[in-house]
Design a protein around this ligand. Structure first.
Ligand SMILES: Cc1cc2nc3c(=O)[nH]c(=O)nc-3n(C[C@H](O)[C@H](O)[C@H](O)COP(=O)(O)OP(=O)(O)OC[C@H]3O[C@@H](n4cnc5c(N)ncnc54)[C@H](O)[C@@H]3O)c2cc1C
Length: 328
């Protein structure tokens, strides 16, 4: 591992100042992703800024009826918090489907938002990877691409975003709160992540010197009917091959509002807005769920080993919506 210096920030301003003054510095929080990347030589920061002691771990109700989750809130604490369990059950389920209890006890909301892809070629420094080293090529395009993207990919990168939490956040219209040298700003989760295009090394629209301070969840009508379905190779301790965050607001047997987001299929949590449009105004039944699933996967472009994901995603959408539709 490359030698690095270490400092502990005691305020958001100090953390941002440290980052602005050191081009190759990185924040470290739970360390569950960054340390693995450093040990394998994928990340090589020369300074670590420990942000664990920043007072940003609160989960609190907002006057609007929404909820604010601090960036330092641990994944297990957030998953089990009464406000999250009662108002945003699919977010709680998404957290609990990820990693293991020990990892969730360390992992933070800010770190989860910023975790890197699990593409094998990204982690293997002997292989070309445009995300790790721009301009070197993409080993996955013609390689073993079973876990890779079927939507929104480019000829430069077909990696997927690995987070479960972020799929639920995309469905819930969450807003990421950040602070930086130029002040505070808020970024809707749907604008936080980027598609790979010809700059796959830039995952997010977070500025180079910005710190995530929290996530706001708007008031939600979906508390009674939401579900996170994760399909993976093992029943636990595995990333999603495909996942679905689905929520329905049903009145008089008519869908008033719907949220549908997919994980494991694209470079970012994939919000299926066209499928949502089909569902609104319909009665909840398998026929319309199937139509929505077809629309959600319309633009899918599978590679040699991941074509199974197209059918898997369609079936997962129908199953997730049917499960939510049966809730009362
Ligand atoms: C074996 C294993 C299995 C896993 N399985 C799953 C899974 O099934 N589903 C899933 O979703 N995740 C899974 N994970 C990933 C895990 O959820 C992430 O590693 C974790 O959420 C990262 O949080 P952290 O606090 O440890 O981040 P760190 O490792 O400390 O940091 C990760 C990145 O985030 C940046 N960062 C951290 N906090 C901030 C902030 N506040 N502002 C700006 N940048 C910040 C860091 O600079 C770094 O680049 C798994 C991880 C492991 C090791």
């Amino acid at each position: 591992m490359k030698p690095f210096s270490y400092t502990r920030a005691d305020s958001s301003g100090a953390a941002v100042g440290e980052l602005s003054n050191n081009t190759h510095a990185k924040f470290i929080c739970g360390g569950t992703n960054l340390l693995d990347l450093m040990k394998s030589g994928v990340e090589q920061p020369d300074r670590l800024i420990d942000i664990n002691r920043l007072p940003l771990a609160e989960i609190e109700e907002l006057p609007s009826g929404g909820v604010r989750i601090g960036a330092m809130a641990r994944n297990s604490h957030t998953a089990n918090h009464p406000l999250i369990r009662q108002r945003y059950p699919m977010l709680s389920q998404a957290f609990l489907s990820g990693a293991t209890e020990q990892l969730r006890n360390m992992a933070t909301v800010g770190g989860n938002l910023m975790q890197k892809t699990r593409c094998y070629y990204f982690y293997d420094t002997a292989m070309p990877c445009n995300k790790r080293e721009p301009g070197t090529g993409c080993g996955a395009l013609e390689g073993y691409n079973r876990t890779h993207a079927i939507l929104g990919a480019s000829e430069h990168c077909i990696a997927t975003h690995p987070s479960d939490m972020c799929v639920a956040l995309a469905a819930l219209d969450a807003v990421v709160r950040v602070t930086g040298a130029n002040g505070d700003r808020q970024i809707p989760i749907t604008e936080f992540y980027r598609l790979p295009g010809d700059t796959p090394h830039i995952d997010t629209n977070l500025g180079k010197d910005e710190l995530i301070t929290g996530v706001d969840l708007p008031r939600s009508p979906f508390a009674a009917r939401s579900y996170y379905l994760k399909i993976r190779d093992r029943a636990s301790y595995a990333f999603a091959l495909v996942s679905v965050a689905a929520a329905l607001d049903i009145e008089n047997n008519t869908i008033k509002a719907v949220r549908l987001a997919l994980g494991g299929v694209a470079h970012k949590p994939w919000r299926a807005t066209q499928a949502e449009e089909i569902l609104v105004g319909s009665s909840p039944n398998e026929e319309v769920f199937t139509q929505a699933a077809e629309v959600a996967l319309q633009g899918a472009q599978p590679r040699q080993y991941n074509a199974f994901k197209v059918e898997l995603a369609k079936r997962a959408i129908v199953r997730a919506l049917a499960t939510v539709g049966e809730m009362s």
